[in-house]
Design a protein around this ligand. Structure first.
Ligand SMILES: [Fe+2]
Ligand SMILES: [Fe+2]
Length: 199
């Protein structure tokens, strides 16, 4: 783990490194709630943003070299690529072999889905990402309560909806993978009026 931390220290801003350590700690908690293996859970949390501080050009160049499809919004919003590019980097440069760890990193930025997209491990990385924020945000406590109580289906609905709102407020076009994940989660659900109320 120390080797991973040193790798990140060379590539991430101090704030981003602190966030990554925070996500690792939340993953430790969630491993107990969702019966995840502890070591992979910590690894995924720590390394999930390995590519987050690369420039737009670096993300596109690395994606091209790694054979990551540049479909969806990749050219307009290369930030969506930081998941798959990060998974590629930690596999190649750190030798991380665990498929679930790599998939959770690859899919956390919603550039693509895949057979493991809805695996509890992958959702836990997405939850932990929002629960270890750099700044507090309204909704954090409600999401945290649902996640820590094991109510992953409810938490995933909140996660998708609030992430969409966050991106829309910042004028970031929504990736079809995120919209699709949200729609899939909502299908056939009868939600109370105050379901998305924040606290
Ligand atoms: Fe990220
Ligand atoms: Fe993150």
């Amino acid at each position: 783990m120390e080797r991973y931390r040193r790798y990140l220290a060379d590539r991430l801003s101090p704030g981003r490194l602190a966030h990554s350590l925070g996500v690792m700690r939340v993953m430790e908690e969630l491993a107990a709630v969702y019966a995840l293996e502890l070591a992979p859970a910590r690894t995924a949390g720590l390394l999930h943003d390995a590519a987050r501080d690369l420039s737009r050009d670096q993300l596109i160049e690395l994606a091209e070299r790694a054979g990551i499809p540049l479909d969806g919004l990749a050219h307009r919003q290369p930030l969506y690529l930081h998941g798959p590019v990060g998974a590629h980097l930690v596999a190649v440069e750190l030798g991380v072999p665990d498929r679930l760890v790599l998939e959770s990193i690859a899919t956390h930025s919603f550039h693509r889905d895949g057979p493991l997209f809805d695996h509890p491990f992958c959702w836990c990385v997405r939850f932990a990402d929002l629960l270890a924020p750099s700044h507090p945000w309204v909704g954090l406590h409600k999401l945290g309560a649902a996640v820590r109580a094991g109510r992953a289906a409810e938490a995933a609905l909140l996660h998708c909806r609030w992430l969409r709102q966050y991106l829309q407020e910042r004028g970031v076009p929504l990736h079809p993978v995120l919209e699709h994940a949200d729609r899939r989660r909502l299908e056939g659900q009868e939600l109370p009026d105050d379901f998305f109320e924040r606290w």
